[in-house]
Design a protein around this ligand. Structure first.
Ligand code: DX5
Ligand code: ZN
Length: 232
């Protein structure tokens, strides 16, 4: 029943919020997740970084498992790793609901997307700011989510790249032409002044780390501020 209500809420909202949990206070992981959930966050975004594809090392499947025990919200795993194909199953088993891979790391992208789906997860695809949008073309008709990176992947707290506004518009047009209902997600530098720009360009799911977890009044206030920053 609770799940049905959450699903209904998702379809009614004009955009979804996915707090990026690596920006939280890890000593209070469960409480930080609960705060997001209470304030109306829709998904929890987990940034998996391996120190190869990106310079930083963050968290792995054990962390996803811990998040899974802390919430019923969908877990959205953003795999910034070399060779994600080798890791898909372990993240699905850890409880991720969505797995998003980078085109730069997948030599057989169609096969990777199909594998994610066969593991029972929603499949997302993303690309670095310097990768051409055409790299997505082959999989646009089959993915559940397209993620536009509005910073170079690797760290929380970077400055939003306004050049990516046009990229969101371009991908929104491509999805519309395909009559696709896939999510169009943005990740990097989302705050009360930047989120509305990407919303107006056609995105409908927003990842936010710093603006949620470093909000002076805490994560609940951070989520609420983002929820209210779009005025139609
Ligand atoms: C960047 C990550 C982002 C990042 C978001 O590599 O994919 O999810 O942690 O953090 P903010 O919102 O602080 O840019
Ligand atoms: Zn991310």
């Amino acid at each position: 029943m609770v799940c049905l209500l959450k699903a209904l809420l998702e379809t009614m909202r004009s955009f979804l919020l996915a707090p990026s949990i690596i920006a939280c206070d890890f000593t209070r992981l469960g409480d930080e997740i609960t705060a997001c959930e209470t304030a109306g966050a829709d998904w929890i975004h987990v940034d998996v970084m391996d120190g190869h594809f990106v310079p930083t090392i963050t968290v792995g499947p054990l962390f996803v498992e811990a998040c899974r025990r802390a919430t019923r919200l969908p877990l959205d795993a953003h795999l910034m790793v070399a060779n994600p194909d080798q890791q898909l199953e372990v993240f699905a088993k850890a409880g991720a609901d969505r797995l998003t891979v980078h085109v730069e790391t997948c030599p057989n992208l169609i096969q990777t997307i199909e594998r994610i789906k066969s593991l029972g997860c929603n499949a997302g695809v993303t690309l670095n700011p310097s990768t051409p949008v055409s790299a997505l073309d082959a999989v646009l008709p089959i993915v559940d989510l397209v993620l536009v990176m509005s910073v170079n992947p690797g760290y929380s707290g970077q400055k939003f790249m306004p050049e990516m506004i046009g990229r969101v518009r371009e991908i929104r047009n491509k999805l519309n032409a395909l009559r696709s209902e896939s999510c169009l997600q943005v990740d990097g530098g989302m705050a009360v002044d930047t989120l509305p720009l990407m919303y107006k360009a056609g995105a409908n799911v927003f990842v936010a780390g710093t603006s949620v977890f470093k909000h002076p009044q805490g994560a609940m206030a951070g989520v609420r501020a983002l929820r209210q920053c779009v005025t139609n």
